[in-house]
Write a protein that binds this ligand. Structure first.
Ligand code: ZN
Ligand code: ZN
Ligand code: ZN
Length: 499
């Protein structure tokens, strides 16, 4: 039998991985500890290896209550989840993030209502009005589109084929599938305002910040008609508050959309931190009208590049606003919708881009063969703009791989709902309560990501990163197997509960 070099190499690799896997289970006790670490790291596919030690000190007596060192662990390291939110980087950690994001989003949908139930908001039931709004970007030139089997861009009937000033056709007879690499590409890359698109991405955060200000102006302008009395912008802020959670989503054409869960709360004069329902006159119609009003008027002046580049950033004309009822079923649906976007990256929508900032900042991205031409042109545009004096403060050189977008994918206003930090805290507290093993650092709160267990004890740790990922491919395979078993067991448990 003749084997190629590749086949032989593959066989050798398989044998090596098998060897590594066998070595891992050779010692029962070591395997048990290692598997315990993997489970605690949530079956993360590229955990952080930590080396170091920690002590738990009783702050009252000054006595050391527990010590822990990673030297006792298999390989002398402790595995900690990478906690990456991106599905494409670490599916198990992204799943956990998605669950957290779900709670953050859903918490806000039912919050005002719930507070109404147990509080003394003094309002009729129904809570605060809430909507799901999608803020889109304007057009930066015609692009190829997937239209459910229909023609991309029909030619003018009967007339001569029209072309742009660069001699390229203004129509496209293709019927693109959704996964077609052409989708999102401009019909003519020279006609498209790529610089304008990059600058728009870079300013979408500022555009949203100003939109919130404009919403209050719009509320002041619209409130008299529904509230019966004239009110100033200052005055309206003493009556109403816009709370929101938002997620940025990349379109195939490489531009950001914002999905915003917006809620109109009342303001408690004695306790501004309390979330109270909006007054009865401030309903869904007022919130919708205020968002529409603000979106149509807000703008951000962009740095001057050249005469044909977009000078002022505004929202696109397609503003979609839908009411969200404060019911569990609506909360679950809307939260699920936003949480799905929260774990995505630009690389999930725009093919060829890396999920993280490349080591060279993206200088070589345009040379990557997997990058569609229009995406390569966009990365080159970001780099060109980064060198301009007028764009220096934008630090675009750091945002080549996000096509100029500089913000967080997920964010929320302070009083929208619970925070990710609060959820992590709750999880740690639960974990502390679950663990009784003597050798478990988390049992004593000495784990590297442990919170201070209570006021009476302090944890002093000294940790360094010894590596990223699993030490061997064999370990990585085991971690995947354990993760799969864990998910299956949970699923079986759920099904068992359901029947
Ligand atoms: Zn991970
Ligand atoms: Zn087309
Ligand atoms: Zn053209």
């Amino acid at each position: 039998m003749v084997r190629t070099v590749t086949q032989t190499t593959q066989m050798m690799q398989t044998q090596t991985v098998l060897g590594q896997m066998i070595a891992r289970v050779a010692d029962d006790e070591q395997y048990r500890r290692w598997a315990g670490q993997v489970e605690r790291a949530g079956h993360c596919v590229r955990p952080v290896q930590l080396a170091g030690s920690a002590v738990t000190v009783n702050t009252g007596t000054g006595q050391v209550e527990a010590t822990y060192t990673s030297r006792d662990e298999p390989g002398g390291v402790l595995l900690v989840a990478c906690k990456d939110r991106r599905e494409s980087v670490c599916p198990p950690c992204a799943a956990r993030y998605r669950a957290d994001a779900w709670h953050v989003f859903a918490g806000g949908v039912t919050r005002a209502d719930r507070e109404d139930d147990d509080g003394d908001g003094g309002q009729a039931s129904g809570g605060s009005p809430m909507v799901l709004a999608t803020f889109t970007a304007p057009s930066f030139g015609a692009v190829h589109a997937a239209r459910d089997g229909k023609v991309c861009r029909a030619a003018r009937r009967g007339g001569r084929e029209r072309t742009c000033e660069h001699g390229r056709p203004l129509s496209c007879p293709a019927r693109h599938a959704a996964g077609d690499g052409m989708v999102g590409a401009p019909l003519c890359v020279d006609c498209a305002d790529l610089a304008g698109q990059v600058l728009w991405n870079a300013h979408v955060g500022e555009l949203w910040r100003r939109t919130v200000i404009y919403v209050y102006r719009a509320l002041a302008a619209l409130a008299p008609a529904v509230g019966g009395q004239p009110v100033t912008v200052r005055g309206v802020r003493q009556l109403l508050r816009l709370s929101y959670a938002k997620v940025a989503e990349f379109q195939k054409r490489g531009v950001v959309h914002l999905h915003v869960l917006a809620r109109l709360d009342g303001v408690c004069p004695d306790d501004p931190d309390r979330v109270v329902p909006a007054p009865a006159w401030a309903g869904t119609d007022l919130l919708t009208a205020a968002l529409m009003h603000a979106a149509g008027r807000v703008s951000v002046a962009l740095p001057v590049v050249d005469a044909r580049t977009l000078a002022v950033a505004r929202w696109g004309t397609q503003l979609d606003v839908r009411p969200v009822a404060p019911r569990q079923v609506d909360a679950a649906r809307v939260a699920g919708y936003l949480a799905k976007y929260a774990t995505k990256t630009v690389s999930d929508s725009v093919s060829g881009l890396p999920a993280s900032r490349p080591a060279d900042g993206g200088a070589d991205l345009a040379q990557t063969r997997t990058l569609p031409a229009h995406v390569a042109a966009l990365t080159q545009t970001v780099r060109r703009l980064a060198r301009l004096a007028t764009c220096r403060t934008l630090r675009l050189g750091r945002h080549v791989h996000t096509l100029g977008f500089r913000g967080h994918v997920t964010s929320k206003s302070r009083r929208y709902s619970t925070t990710f930090a609060a959820l992590r805290q709750a999880r740690r507290a639960w974990r502390l309560a679950q663990r009784h093993r003597e050798d478990d650092p988390w049992a004593h709160g000495t784990g590297p990501d442990s919170a201070e267990p209570d006021g009476a004890r302090a944890v002093v740790g000294d940790w360094r990163i010894a590596g990223i990922g699993y030490r061997t491919l064999g370990d990585r395979v085991w971690a995947e197997v354990l993760g799969r078993e864990h998910r299956q067991a949970r699923q079986a448990q759920r099904l068992g509960l359901a029947t």
